[in-house]
Design a protein. Sequence first.
Length: 241
Amino acid sequence: MKVIKMENPFEISKAVSQVIISKINEKPDCVLGFATGASPVETYKRIIEAYEKGEVSLKNITTFNLDEYCGLSHENKNSYYYFMKENLFGKTDVDFEKVNFLSGLSGNIEDECLAYQKAIENAGGIDIQLLGVGTNGHIGFNEPSESFSDGPFRVKLAQSTIDANSQYFGEDEEMPRYALTMGIGDIMRAEKIILIATGASKAKAVYSMVKGEVTPLCPASVLQNHKDVTIYIDNESAALL
Ligand code: GLP
């Protein structure tokens, strides 16, 4: 596990976007695993800036997002699809035909999950998987549990996740209690993993992920077993290390 501590989220976004942009320029049809949430937003801004300056084109990349809320359509402003459209895809030349998402509206969860896992395989696997981490150590929506998952599945969200994410939903909107997520196996099969964790609320999760034992009670701790993972943290999230 390579842990890189930087002064602030802006510095992290410059470093992480550079890794992603270099990968795209070296392999224009690379496969990227993207994450939602506050952690990657600055990085996405730097990628958009580079695209606007003509330094990178995203038109040949294939993307797989980590997770999606159950019951939300692509048009729903709280869906992760909408988030990615607003914060990255729609502001670049990404080919939406090559954008892959678990469908939170699927009537057959099992088929949906199997098809997603197959699609990742058929694309040749993920070159770089970008991750954030939940305050409880979740990655994607792999909540603390008794065992590590392999492929995509439907998950009941933990109360701490509901507490952390309900701020993004309006007063009259109810946050879904279930989501579809890539499994730990899907994440671990990525060639390279980059995780961003900033702010004091992540300090405990960062400590358990980096220094704790590998246990499904802190899903992010499994990353200690990956051959190429870089964790970017700021002073606040590094406070307990
Ligand atoms: C969310 C998402 C994760 C994300 C994490 C941290 O619930 N499902 O993919 O990485 O929690 O979110 P944030 O970056 O907003 O702190």
